[in-house]
Design a protein around this ligand. Sequence first.
Ligand SMILES: C[S@@+](CC[C@H](N)C(=O)[O-])C[C@H]1O[C@@H](n2cnc3c(N)ncnc32)[C@H](O)[C@@H]1O
Length: 318
Amino acid sequence: MPEFHESVLAEAVAKALVPAIAATPEAVLVDATCGAGGHTAALLARCSPAKVVLLDRDPAALEFARTRLEGAECALHFVHARFSSLAAVLDELGIESVAALIADIGVSSHQFDAGERGFSFRADAPLDMRMDPTRGRSAGELLAEIDEAGLAELLRRYGEEPEARRIAKAVIVARPRTTGALAQVVEEAMSARARRQLGRRIHPATRTFQALRIAVNEELEELDALLEAGPERLAVGGRMGVISFHSLEDRRIKRRFAALSRVAELPHGLPLTADQLPKAPFQLAAELPRRGVVADAAERDRNPRSRSARLRVLERRS
Ligand SMILES: C[S@@+](CC[C@H](N)C(=O)[O-])C[C@H]1O[C@@H](n2cnc3c(N)ncnc32)[C@H](O)[C@@H]1O
């Protein structure tokens, strides 16, 4: 099989989700970010859901995963959709609740490595960056329309770029149309001090590329929508695992899972014993560290993408 994408934290995902699938008759598994189908493959090797629904906004990923998962013993539904439309996709398939949901958000290696998709400054190509190349506005189109203040704000918000204003100014003057040209403009605009702080291993344009990609694909809005819809569709005992790759995402996941696991405030002074306290309908997976699961040293060495990955798991208990 050609290299498409190596799954991250596949063992941890399987360990966390298999019991929920195995305990549910006619279990439905949702893989909200099918990619190369790696997480689904890892789960199907260990348990037997009745149905798997695989979503991806990238048709190339679905095509690859369809071939990889051929011969699976359960029903597989491949759906070209954003995961923000999860509820509509499940309604369409007549599925009310699911035993497990996995979302491994972000870009796949395939998207990143295919130079012509315009995600990376490693190859010079038109600035595209759309995970779904069939619709939406490319990074080049965004840069052609945005003004300096808007770009500076975008770089600060999605790239946490301290030199956002300098970079925005230079980019708006140059209006680069390719990944190589953008990387060069950013590198030249950045102060020597900021470049030194990044060190030799991080390219000066890394945060700018991240910010544009997040904006083009509306990644944070997508994540918020998934964090709304996903827990609602979990069966009792069902689990939802989300893997994120940077703090902007992880913060949102942590807060949403914590909010769902908290009991509603009780009227002040109500005399209740610990047993009488109402239980929250959700809880964090009890066996996992509260800060989530990260890759061990062996995985980090084998797969550098795993270095920034963090898995958090939520369970529905009532
Ligand atoms: C990191 S890869 C997933 C890899 C997969 N878990 C595996 O093990 O092979 C992320 C995938 O999610 C898809 N994706 C990202 N955001 C999405 C969204 N909002 N809706 C649907 N798919 C999305 C990307 O197109 C990409 O194929």
